[in-house]
Design a protein around this ligand. Sequence first.
Ligand code: SF4
Ligand code: SF4
Length: 354
Amino acid sequence: MNDVTNSKLKKLKQYAFDKDSTLKFIEFLMQKTEVIAPQNKGQASYSYEIVKDAKDVVLDYPRTIQPLKKFFLPPVEDLLAFDLNANTYQEEKIEAKDKIFFGIHNYELEGIKRLDYSFKKGNPESNYLTRREKSMFIGISYEPDSYHFSESVGIPADKIDGFCLFFDKISNKSDYMVFVVDENGQKLIDSFGKVNEVKSKAEITAKKFQNKVKLHYNRIPQVFDHVYKSKVWDKVAERCVGCGTCNLLCATCYCFDVRDEIEINAKDGKRTRFWDGCMLNTFAEVAGGENFREKLNQRTRHRLYRKFKYITDHSGELHCIGCGRCSKYCPADISIVEIINSLIDDYTTQQKKN
Ligand code: SF4
Ligand code: SF4
């Protein structure tokens, strides 16, 4: 897939949308297929939900509580039903369904790309891949808050490849410059037909990130080569309560547990998959009661190595998209950027000594 950033944006077709045409466009999309978009949840939170009324869609939001993965990897999912007497089983059938995800931040789509990598590799995960098949994504720009650090992990504001269309907000107005990223986007614009192409070529507005990792993202895996025994893990573990929130809200975490349950008739049963998380105490528990990551410092280290080293060594990409969810919703106020920056300090000190 081509990397579309500002250097290539000027070649893309652009259309001006005001508040009214944006609303009408969402209504137009809803007539075509199921639309999922950010909506209010409670007083100050947001959630991706199926759109019932275009007016419910929120265009200006910092982040949703849950990432998009819940639509492709449900928190609880029946995999098959079995009959012990007949010694047979029947798999749950998943069908690919057209879906348009509207108003998606660019780091969120990068999270989906990381999950694609994880679920395509080795033994491909057919349920996830079937749900992914007919999904289209329409992006929207955002103002980074004190938790976002996407730019520090290689996802600048103008990275829009993978979207079919991208809505970039124009200054403080409710107007958007819409970039046509691929042919599906152009087809949508053409069949909508109520907007005019803009001839002067704009660029996506650069964003200022307050939250930053202090080393270029290309060098982060190198830091992780040297900090396995760092004291930073112990310091973080002193505050961590092992609740697993950081795993469950993470856009790229995909670990799950599978359980078989048998009905009271001792004949029928079903196999169900549940989200799991490496920060939870039971995650690394094995038969006989042994737990090979019993301590919180070990679990924290494992979580971070999964994001910045283990998978990265194979995929070539960091598996953190800088959404900031793990830090914002951590009950112990643990910041992933502070952990990385402390590890960088530790690494720098080691390098100076050598
Ligand atoms: S959310 Fe915070 S307290 Fe809970 S497991 Fe993660 S780091 Fe620990
Ligand atoms: S590790 Fe934290 S910041 Fe990175 S993708 Fe997961 S939730 Fe977002």
